[in-house]
Design a protein around this ligand. Structure first.
Ligand SMILES: *[C@@H]1O[C@H](CO)[C@@H](O)[C@H](O)[C@H]1NC(C)=O
Ligand SMILES: *[C@@H]1O[C@H](CO)[C@@H](O)[C@H](O)[C@H]1NC(C)=O
Ligand SMILES: *[C@@H]1O[C@H](CO)[C@@H](O)[C@H](O)[C@H]1NC(C)=O
Ligand SMILES: *[C@@H]1O[C@H](CO)[C@@H](O)[C@H](O)[C@H]1NC(C)=O
Ligand SMILES: *[C@@H]1O[C@H](CO)[C@@H](O)[C@H](O)[C@H]1NC(C)=O
Ligand SMILES: *[C@@H]1O[C@H](CO)[C@@H](O)[C@H](O)[C@H]1NC(C)=O
Length: 439
């Protein structure tokens, strides 16, 4: 007899990367160095972050990965001349990556690393294209639990026949309507690392940083545990600078392609900028609420040192009800938009979102406008409740943990400029109002 937990792997291997220990079933939670430190990293940063995750109570809330981003390897020597293994930068990691892994593991946390499905990483360090087996084995040997796999420096002869970038969806004309993007070279570059990781004696969560290219959301689930959907995020509300984007254009894309996420496979709307740049309190809140609602991986990108003093930010990142929605064990799908404020563009994406969890039906009301709005929803407009619109419901505020009151027919709430109301709706007795509904 096979142990029961192995059955899904055998049956579903083609459908999804289902790991026996449950890795990747829910969105990953953790911290990554890029948004705060870029290349200015060293082992102390990660050892301290591990301690901070514990001390701030974030580990207990589920934040478990301490992820090293780009610039950790030796930019000059690159690989061992004999074994071809990647060499850590000896100044930044004088004791090697395996030592940092050990320190992080001792804290009961997991460790992530970064590489690239091209000849070089985005920072110009050695990439893994052509070295997938060696690098996966090295990561496994070091005790790595998570790989973020980027998409820079792709050689000319690896160019897709029908390139697709989400920011410019019509750039390639004449794509056959039945073209299968899982046959693209991009998919094969990511599959090569997937196979290499799966052949290791260690479970390594595989985060495809393919920027939505080659419609990764169509083959991501059979290749890895999560997949980036868009260019890089930056801590601004709207607009873009170079290849980095604010929150509104990213959420606008999510309002079209929220639907690729379910258990074992998550669209990744990028690491969080909560606490960075000049986002306002309300914008920090909207960022976290929407990432939780989208079931995006929740990877903190702000400095943890001193976070205890930045109380509003720590409170946002620690919101138990939003984390519980993101990590719900029974309902795997993202919240979905159901109403737009007239506009549907990169400045004003959908404002009205609905999702479901074991605790009830949830509304996320995102005020994309530059002033306070009275956001109004008729119960009959809410897909989860449309067929039971005449009942009375209890409305609860997920931010404060308090019940707001009983409604019938319509929910009306003031939402500050760029803020998000996060509501839970139940029956008057606190029961789920429609447990059978899915987005
Ligand atoms: C390690 O990196 C941090 C963050 O960039 C920096 O503040 C610190 O001085 C560095 N430590 C060493 C020993 O280089
Ligand atoms: C591209 O060229 C390299 C070097 O000649 C070769 O190893 C590789 O297999 C080629 N890849 C593809 C997809 O043609
Ligand atoms: C998700 O929505 C997009 C856009 O409407 C559609 O093309 C695609 O088929 C949907 N995918 C799934 C998995 O339902
Ligand atoms: C991924 O595959 C698993 C197993 O087949 C399935 O349960 C899940 O719904 C899929 N997720 C997505 C995002 O398609
Ligand atoms: C800060 O916000 C203003 C708009 O309020 C914007 O113009 C500016 O680019 C932002 N700066 C940074 C560093 O994000
Ligand atoms: C949101 O985060 C940024 C960066 O830390 C900060 O400047 C802003 O004040 C934050 N809002 C609050 C109220 O902490």
């Amino acid at each position: 007899m096979l142990p029961l937990y192995l059955l899904p792997i055998l049956l579903d291997r083609a459908a999804a990367l289902v790991s026996p220990d449950g890795t990747g079933r829910l969105p990953a939670m953790g911290w990554n160095s890029w948004n705060e430190y870029a290349c200015d990293i060293n082992e102390t940063v990660f050892h301290d972050v591990g301690e901070q995750l514990v001390a701030l109570g974030l580990k207990d809330l589920g934040y478990e990965y301490v992820n090293i981003d780009d610039c950790w390897s030796d930019k000059v020597k690159r690989r061992d001349p004999v074994t071809h293994e990647l060499l850590p930068d000896a100044l930044k990691f004088p004791n090697g990556i395996a030592h940092t892994a050990e320190v992080v593991h001792k804290l009961g946390l997991k460790i992530g690393i970064y590489s690239d499905a091209g000849t070089e990483t985005c920072g110009g360090y050695a990439g893994s294209l052509g070295y997938e087996e060696i690098d996966a084995a090295t990561f496994s040997k070091w005790g790595i639990d998570y790989l973020k796999y980027d998409n820079c420096a792709v050689p000319e002869n690896y160019t897709d026949q029908y390139p697709y970038m989400p920011e410019d969806p019509n750039a390639t004309p004449n794509v056959p309507p039945d073209y299968d993007y899982s046959t693209s070279i991009t998919a094969s570059r990511y599959r090569a690392m997937s196979a290499a990781l799966l052949s290791q004696p260690r479970t390594i969560q595989y985060s495809l940083c393919a920027w939505g290219h080659a419609h990764v959301e169509r083959w991501g689930n059979s290749t890895g545990h999560s997949w980036r959907m868009w260019g890089d995020i930056m801590p601004i509300w709207a607009g873009k600078e170079q290849w980095s984007w604010g929150l509104m254009p990213i959420i606008n894309q999510a309002s079209l392609l929220w639907n690729a996420t379910d258990f074992w496979g998550h669209s990744d709307w990028d690491m969080m900028e909560v606490g960075n740049g000049n986002l306002t309190l309300e914008e920090n809140r909207s960022h976290f609420a929407m990432w939780a609602a989208l079931k995006s991986p929740l990877i903190i990108g702000t400095k943890l040192e001193g976070l205890i003093l930045r109380k509003p930010i720590l409170e946002i990142l620690s919101n138990r009800e939003l984390i519980a929605f993101n990590q719900d064990p029974v309902y795997g799908k993202s919240a979905r938009p159901f109403k737009w404020d007239g506009k549907a563009d990169a400045e004003h994406p959908a404002g009205y979102w609905v999702g479901t969890s074991v605790a009830g039906v949830h509304l996320f009301l995102l005020n994309t406008h530059d002033k306070k709005q009275k956001m109004k929803v008729k119960v009959k407009e809410i897909p989860a409740l449309a067929d039971r619109a005449n009942a009375r419901y209890l409305v609860h505020d997920m931010w404060t943990g308090r019940d707001l009151g009983v409604v019938k027919g319509e929910i009306v709430i003031d939402v500050a400029k760029h803020d998000t109301a996060a509501l839970r709706i139940t029956t008057l007795h606190g029961k789920h109002p429609n447990a059978a509904w899915q987005p």
